[in-house]
Design a protein around this ligand. Sequence first.
Ligand code: TXA
Ligand code: MG
Length: 326
Amino acid sequence: MTRILEPTHENLRICASTLAAGGLVAFPTETVYGLGADARNGLAVARIFEAKGRPRFNPLITHAANIGTALGLAEFSPEAKKIAEAFWPGPLTLVVQRKSDDPLSDLVTAGLDTVAIRVPDNAAAHALLVAFGAPIAAPSANRSGHVSPTSANHVADDLTGKVDLILDGGSCRYGLESTILDLTGTTPVLLRAGAITREAIEDATGCRISLADTNTSHKPQQPTAPGQLASHYAPNAAIRLDAVDCRNGEALLAFGPRVPATQGRAMNLSPTGDLREAAANLFAHLRELDRAGSSTIAVMPIPAHGLGQAINDRLQRAAAPRPPKK
Ligand code: TXA
Ligand code: MG
């Protein structure tokens, strides 16, 4: 059952231990309520996608308690640091390079080498992050396709029974998602307009911010879901889907207990056939098989229900012909 808790000291402790046990805790931020899980725990992050009923794996925002911990989580250029220091805590999300040894689950970043980070400016969110003592991955706490929730009751309407706890911090001050800036290129790029305007960031930092539309191959008029702006992770190897055997020279990405014989490298997304475990392993296994250097990865069939939908979506895109790399 889902419980709604006031942010008392004792309740924050309960929320933190629920997160530590791999549970889901919805919490208030100054923008919208987030659906939080331990960002280091792939199984817990897989539950976020399950609860939202998201048909695909978008990269999620990683929330940190304060600037110091946030800066330690990823690679911040001097310019990125300057922007962070001007706006954190606050409703600005920065996309920066991951560190190779960071503790984050690959599912949080949807396999990308970059990570979206922010430090929320909300007392209950801050208290939860401090009590938990580790980064929390959280998209907005609504069912996929619904509007973002700005009160604990909105979250309950959408996610009762799917989230363990809802931390009630009242209504959200902005009621609008954070602004997302991509700082991984030569100039900052606005990926999502949000609570802080582009002009405010330019004025405060002296940086020129370009719009995503002029910087990507996406059609400018196309309403783009924010997640689609991220260049998606694709393995170098070709992908052969619905494989029931493993051919000479292929690596095998298996699923379930019955695995065909292989000569090459093989990894199993979930030997017991558990989709949550498969989701948690998907990006890390693809990367590892890719690194092993086979020209083709044969992927066993994945059931189409529940998280299988998002797993298959990602595998189908990985298998599709790709545009040449820029
Ligand atoms: O205000 C907010 O940002 C709220 C609160 C809970 O913090 N969170 C939120 O998360 O709106 P979500 O999952 O609904 O939106 C996150 C978006 C993704 O759709 C994606 O576009 C972008 O952040 N994102 C995350 N990681 C990224 C990355 N590595 N590269 C590019 N975009 C990324
Ligand atoms: Mg959202």
